[in-house]
Design a protein around this ligand. Sequence first.
Ligand code: ZN
Length: 469
Amino acid sequence: MGAKIVKLQLIYKSDEVMPYKDYCKELFALMREMSIIKNKIATYLYLDKRFSVALPIEKDTKVKSASGLASAFASELLVNYKTGEVEVLKNHSSNRSAAGQDVQAKFKKFLKESMGAYAVNPPSFKDNGTLCLHDRCIQIYYDEDNKDYGAKLFLLSHSYAKELGIKSSNGFDYKLLVGDDSSRAIIERIIAGEYKISASNLKWDKRKKKWYLLLCYSFTEKRTTSYDPKEYENNVMGINFGVICPMYMSFNHCKNRYNIEANEIEAFRKQVEARRIALRRQRKYCGDGSIGHGKNKRNSPAMKIDDKIARFRDTCNHKYARYAVDMAIKHQCGIIVIEDLTSIAEKEERLFLKTWSYYDLQNKIEYKAKEAGIKVIKINPQYVSRRCSKCGYISFEKEENIKAPDYRKFHCVECGFQSHVDYNASQNNATIGIEAIIAEQIKEHNSENVKNQPAAKAAKSKSKIKETA
Ligand SMILES: [Zn+2]
């Protein structure tokens, strides 16, 4: 699993902290200092390797080994061993250790490539306009107010920020220019926690006079299970894509249950809907300016909204799928059962199906479960929500078991079992062999119906078919 890099332009937003001109000046100073630090570390590593001698720097900075040097440079103050002067390092301590690690990695390569310790000079690091960033010093976020992406970078050491009269904990704020859809998908996944940021670089493009973030990210490790899912196929997690909750999870081997509340999706949907209406109104009264440029151009703000919805769904679905599979692993499940929503005719009453991409969510769950070695079984959704998970009674009369006034409640007319509708359905899904059981119940119900046909419709209303097992 390798790390990848995405290049993003940064637009400085922290003018109230420091005017842009001063900010640039400070950053160039940081870069100069970083290259000095890198060269010091490289020299040290080189001397240590070649002569096995420690630099006099040791007694001042308590460097015990070559690898300890990076952390020595991570301390706030450095005593110059020649002059005895104490200097405040400007770079953030974490970024200094990131630089140290960078040098160590390059030094290893250097030893392999250039006659190792017999090389005449240590590798050198020029000030090439980059700043090493520790992953701790990078925050990527979605800017709710401006509806775009932002980054926060922590660049200054505590003492240096103090010297400048700035609160170092605030960092510098930027708008991220995300050019294309693939970078956008990466950012979304980083925000969703799907991808993990690793040590990166801040770069000044001299020619373009622009700042770039060379953001390194890696795929979070595949969830490894501490058990072999193949040996736990009796532990089943049932997921229901619900009437009330977008997703409800429960198990056949323990009482725990988890669900995702609809609030997040609902709030977003309302917000988008309001925006769409406002746009439509605007369009109605807009002047000639936007008319006559073709349909596409006229509709483009609306299309942008559609884009936004699609991205939001993608991010949410990643998050939900990750959550579901994590819960299955936590409860040592060998199998996850979901309903096959490719034939959703029976489920059309479920509001969320209309507004949410369940098909995509299903695919993501399947994909992530497979990574963890957990089997996913898709079952026919027919009657799942109308079957009592306790006694097995299926209400073939529509809505008999799911009763008003509280439509959230499942109430079995046969045994009196009561629960959350979505919990009941997820419990059905978690029943081993549920698809065959329901198919059998349907068959029995139908043959009974045929028998009762002459007795007309009266008999149809109370068909009680019990679980055969
Ligand atoms: Zn029942």
